[in-house]
Design a protein. Structure first.
Length: 356
């Protein structure tokens, strides 16, 4: 199957929507300037193919540009046709183009013109020489007709204005349907990944609260950085870093990161939400302050200081919550119940350990 143009989304964490558009296209003189006007940037240029990237906001206009030039935005899922074109009906310089394809080109005045991909000469021919050394010309003989195969059907209809005649319309075969099926599955996987990054609980349905991007509600429903910091007792910069690298499901808005509800139980080895006691957590052995510190991603001294200050606050004011007590009182290395410690650690509030 030909691939005049292939568009796909690739992940880009600095883009507002989390992706950028990558276009793999055939060489065409109308493409570079128009692509740059849409914010495109070329990554690679082969002898007949180019790879460009565009910001997500330009996706609709890139699709329209590809349709105008090649008659398709996805070659694998495009109906095709065969057309006949009389080259003498149009005036040509050194090249002839139709439907976004190079049909024929004379490289030098005294060289024989070469035909493009999927182009066959039906009748006629070309003059042995044409134009000048500095400006060669194609110079087709009278009634020179070429057959252009596998041209996208939309491009074939547009080519009728230049005198092209559709002689055969290809019906979609099993291979084409399979190729389209694979393309749609890939597209579905990319959209699903974007929805998961925006928050799996967000529905893609269109309602009065849905953003025009279709990926989240406005305003998005979730926690702010400061709210998660208060709930977990972690540094806001740590949470912001997790959002940026994708470890924590979050959506970036003009007002900052919005973290999806509910919070995951942990990120890596760091516990965010205390687990309810069950057969797994209830059977955990008692842990030392160093082990509890590793469990929550903090220094053991931080755990020791938090326990000491909470105990002093409780002794000064009995209404203050009682901190966890060791299960082996008087031992040189006190151990604590991890389930009870998790509940206290996440509910203690940051001010309890940051107060002087």
């Amino acid at each position: 199957m030909l691939d005049e143009v292939q568009l796909r989304r690739t992940r880009a964490k600095h883009d507002p929507l989390g992706y950028r558009l990558e276009a793999t296209v055939w060489d065409n003189p109308d493409w570079p300037h128009a692509a740059k006007d849409l914010g495109g940037r070329m990554l690679r240029d082969d002898s007949w193919r180019q790879i460009w990237v565009f910001p997500s906001r330009a996706e609709e206009r890139v699709n329209a540009l590809c349709t105008r030039i090649w008659g398709t935005t996805n070659s694998a899922a495009t109906r095709r046709a065969t057309v006949h074109w009389n080259l003498t009906l149009q005036r040509h310089d050194e090249e002839a183009w139709l439907g976004g394809r190079l049909i024929a080109k004379r490289h030098k005045r005294d060289t024989k013109p070469t035909l493009g991909r999927e182009v066959v000469l039906i009748s006629g021919g070309f003059e042995p020489r044409g134009g000048y050394n500095s400006m060669p010309r194609l110079e087709p003989l009278p009634d020179t007709v070429v057959e252009i195969r596998n041209l996208p059907l939309a491009a074939a209809h547009a080519a009728a204005d230049l005198g092209a005649v559709i002689v055969d319309t290809h019906h979609e075969d099993t291979a084409a349907l399979r190729s389209r099926h694979e393309y749609l599955l890939t597209e579905l996987a990319e959209v699903s990944a974007l929805l998961r990054r925006a928050g799996a609980h967000v529905s893609a349905g269109a309602d009065s609260g849905t953003c025009r991007c279709g990926g989240h509600t406005c305003p998005p429903d979730g926690y702010t950085i400061s709210e998660v910091a208060t709930l977990t007792g972690l540094n806001p910069n740590t949470i912001r870093g997790w959002c940026a690298e994708g470890s924590l499901p979050a959506l970036r808005t003009t007002r900052g990161w919005i973290i999806a509800k509910p919070l995951p139980a942990r990120v890596g080895r760091i516990v965010l939400v205390p687990a309810e006691p069950d057969e797994t957590t209830a059977s955990l052995p008692a842990q030392t302050r160093a082990e509890l510190g590793r469990r929550h991603g903090v220094d053991p001294q931080t755990v020791r200081t938090a326990l000491a200050r909470a105990q002093a606050a409780h002794e000064a004011d009995p209404t203050h919550p009682t901190p966890p007590q060791p299960v082996n009182p008087g031992a040189p290395r006190p151990r604590y119940d991890p389930v009870g410690f998790d509940r206290w650690w996440h509910g203690r509030g940051r001010k309890n350990i940051n107060a002087n």
